[in-house]
Ligand binder design. Structure first.
Ligand code: SF4
Ligand code: SF4
Length: 399
């Protein structure tokens, strides 16, 4: 296992972190506790020392599971990360209420890396007004948390604003070979590092889209490489090639993937890919973009939309529908991210487009945005949207 230093505190963290959002489950959907415990402990025995969970994962069961799995001396071997469910916070008091409940669920007296979960610009504005800085300062002083950070899904402008708004130790962003210019992206990664923040990466395989069903044309490109590696290995190595990256999270639930990830995490040094390899990965990225039905780069020049539509996210999910063939998962994500459950309550659906045309001139890719949004409505909304939204609400609120 290779380790990298958290810049502000010198913690030596394994470059591979264990994400506890996709633990192995039984037929009824509950966590397969025996297998999950075995996997988490095996990874720790092999050198993983960063474990990440959050309040809503596995309907609130992930934290409880970890509280049990990290007994027998395992808690002391790791840095534990969990997150404040920012979308559920209505008052300053709520922040302490959730943190105290999390300490109890995790059977620990401190959280090593505590994040404000899933921030976007408006969610940050809300939680900042409610006194999150005071909450974090106090929780650090009384020892309930050691390091403060945030995870992020919004625009790079909002990302920079949040980086500068508090003396964070670290942040967590989505980053992979297709998201260099999406969300915080490369600019955000470099900005955070320039401000001395450690950066934890989530979705290095874009939720499995880069590995589960690799299109034949993409396979042909990977085959051009002199050294043969799996798509997962290329994607992970590309992320680790960035010296600004501290830890890469992987939501592991199969023995084979754990072994493969551990092996790669023993070899992936920063700046270790050759120029030819980087070019090859770029070619794969370009091919994926060609395969995407809508050529949206996620630049967000079209935003904000006066009707509140989250245009780039609508297009990202629509493209994922064709890249992953996992319709159910993409439709669920659509309900999760656009229903307002994870923001300050405003919906951002494609069907809210009034065809005003304001966004058209702003798109450097010349996408006919209103027309494309109609396709999104057709594929990702429909009569079952309400049912999906209520499932999401159950999952994120009633825990
Ligand atoms: S055309 Fe639709 S998506 Fe574009 S700005 Fe107007 S309402 Fe928003
Ligand atoms: S301006 Fe165009 S390319 Fe950029 S996010 Fe909007 S739709 Fe996508």
């Amino acid at each position: 296992m290779l380790y990298r230093k958290m810049p502000k505190n010198g913690d030596k963290l394994s470059i591979l972190g264990f994400g506890c959002m996709r633990l192995p489950v039984k037929k009824d959907g509950s966590i397969d506790e025996e297998r999950a415990t075995e996997q988490v402990r095996y990874a720790i025995d092999q050198g993983v020392n960063y474990i990440d969970t959050a309040w809503p994962y596995h309907m609130g069961e992930s934290e409880l599971f970890l509280g049990r799995a990290l007994t027998d001396g395992y808690r002391e071997k790791v840095k534990l990360a969990t997150k404040l469910p920012s979308w559920l916070i209505e008052s300053r008091k709520d922040m302490d209420k959730f943190l105290n409940a999390q300490l109890e669920k995790l059977k620990t007296d401190h959280i090593d890396y505590y994040l404000i979960h899933a921030l976007v610009g408006d969610l940050w504005d809300n939680i900042e007004k409610l006194g999150v800085a005071d909450f974090l300062d106090n929780a650090k002083v009384d020892g309930r948390i050691i390091n403060a950070g945030f995870s992020f899904h919004g625009s790079v402008e909002d990302f920079k604003r949040i980086v500068d708004a508090y003396p964070w130790t670290f942040c967590q962003i989505q980053y992979n070979i297709l998201d260099e210019k999406n969300q915080a992206g490369k600019k955000g990664l470099e900005y955070a590092a320039s401000r001395g923040l450690g950066v934890v990466i989530m979705e290095p395989l874009r939720g499995g889209n880069l590995t589960k069903t690799v299109p034949q044309v993409v396979k042909y490109i990977w085959e051009e490489a002199l050294i043969k590696r799996s798509p997962a290995e290329w994607a992970l190595r590309w992320v680790w090639d960035h010296p600004e990256v501290t830890v890469v999270l992987s939501g592991m639930n199969e023995g084979e993937h754990i072994h493969e990830n551990l092996k790669i995490a023993g070899e992936a040094y920063p700046n270790s890919l050759t120029e030819d390899e980087l070019q090859l990965i770029k070619k794969v990225g370009q091919k994926y973009r060609e395969l995407m039905k809508i050529g949206c780069t996620g630049c967000r020049y079209c935003m904000p939309c006066p009707s509140g539509v989250n245009i780039p996210l609508c297009f990202e999910l629509y493209n994922n529908l064709y890249m992953s063939s996992n319709t159910g998962n993409v439709k669920f994500l659509y309900a999760e991210h656009l229903s307002g459950t994870l923001s300050v309550g405003e919906t951002r659906y494609a069907s809210q487009c009034t065809q005003c045309g304001q966004c058209l001139e702003k798109c450097p890719q010349h996408i006919d945005i209103p027309a494309m949004l109609e396709l999104v409505v057709e594929k990702l909304e429909g009569p079952d949207l309400e049912k999906r939204v209520s499932m999401v609400k159950d999952m994120f609120k009633q825990i």
